[in-house]
Design a protein around this ligand. Structure first.
Ligand code: SF4
Length: 330
């Protein structure tokens, strides 16, 4: 079978510091640290995301999200492999339930890009996936079918859109056969970092899904939204998908008022509602991205004073054991 355009683009992803430095004309002095940190969590970026970065600028806000830095090797108290204690919420292999009424299916470990601050950068995917192929979800699907309190399933990962259209269809056909499910949610960064993923095949898959479907995208900076991303969002909306966005507040990427206000406007113009602004999770190797709660509140207060209410995301932090994400009031 011929590979789709998005699969061909994925096969051209940059995965080494050397290739990244060469592609962006960056200073080679970045290389030793980048090599060390990339050994722990591989560098990965798609050509289309790379094309939105400014050449030669090591402080580019998109580059900072994917560039391995020496700071990742520094140890800080309170920064751990699994800050959200996700292992404790495993109900079946590949099925997590943190909150009432919804459960999260780990569909794949593959992502189109590797975000250095990712809270699942050390997630034990191999432990969860004893079985291969469709069989890997059978225990999770059985657990969902047996629990009538569940009304929503969240496809997560990794990035669920890394799966082929036929694998997605197989999965959603099985979910749709469960009568108590009322909504499908998909947590994905691919329409942003790999907009070619939103192609005829993906739209056909969406049209086969009868459950109301919400995509929660992940955009941190307005520079991530170009014409291709806007076109991908328009196709998704045309297929009946509700589009929300979650951002992570990241030092050196989006921790200033003008940047966040511009992001909210750009999201809305692309048909996406700014939904959550997350305080970064305290994952080992990511302390250099941290923004204090006081600064985060100040920023959201500034957004509230400046923008219409529907353009202001909710400032939240995930706290293990809480009944929902914990909103930080400004
Ligand atoms: S796309 Fe999401 S899951 Fe994948 S590395 Fe980035 S933050 Fe983590």
């Amino acid at each position: 079978m011929t590979a789709a355009a998005w699969q061909r683009e994925l096969s051209r992803a940059i995965t080494t510091p050397e290739a990244l430095v060469a592609a962006l004309g960056l200073d080679a002095s970045l290389l030793p640290a980048a090599r060390t940190s990339a050994d722990a969590f591989q560098l990965r970026v798609t050509p289309s995301f790379l094309a939105r970065m400014k050449r030669g600028d090591r402080n580019d806000p998109l580059l900072r999200q994917i560039l391995p830095l020496v700071e990742e090797t520094e140890q800080y108290d309170g920064y751990v492999a699994d800050p959200l204690a996700e292992r404790e919420y495993t109900r079946a292999p590949n099925l997590l339930q943190k909150y009432s009424g919804r459960a999260l299916l780990i569909t794949t470990q593959a992502c189109a890009i590797h975000c250095r601050y990712c809270f699942r950068r050390e997630f034990p995917y191999a432990e969860q996936q004893e079985e291969q192929g469709a069989a890997r979800w059978s225990a999770a699907l059985a657990a969902i079918a047996a629990d009538e309190s569940l009304e929503e399933v969240i496809l997560s990962g990794g990035d669920p859109l890394s799966l082929s259209d036929s694998r997605l269809t197989q999965l959603t056909d099985a979910l749709q056969a469960i009568p108590h499910l009322r909504r499908l949610r998909v947590h994905t960064r691919q329409p942003v970092v790999l907009p070619s993923r939103v192609d005829d095949g993906l739209v056909a898959w969406l049209q086969s899904v009868r459950l109301p479907t919400v995509f929660v995208l992940h955009v941190n900076h307005a520079n991530e939204i170009d014409a291709d991303v806007r076109a991908a969002c328009a196709r998704l909306r045309g297929a009946g998908v509700t589009l929300l966005n979650q951002s992570v507040l990241l030092r050196g990427v989006n921790d200033d008022l003008e940047t966040l206000a511009t992001l909210s406007r750009a999201l809305f113009e692309a048909g996406v509602t700014p939904y959550y602004l997350h305080l970064p999770d305290r994952v080992r190797g990511t302390a250099h991205f941290d923004v204090s709660e006081a600064r985060a509140r100040e920023l959201v207060a500034g957004l509230t004073a400046r923008l219409s209410g529907y353009l202001v995301p909710r400032l939240v932090r995930e706290v293990p054991g809480a009944a929902s994400k914990v909103q930080q009031h400004v």
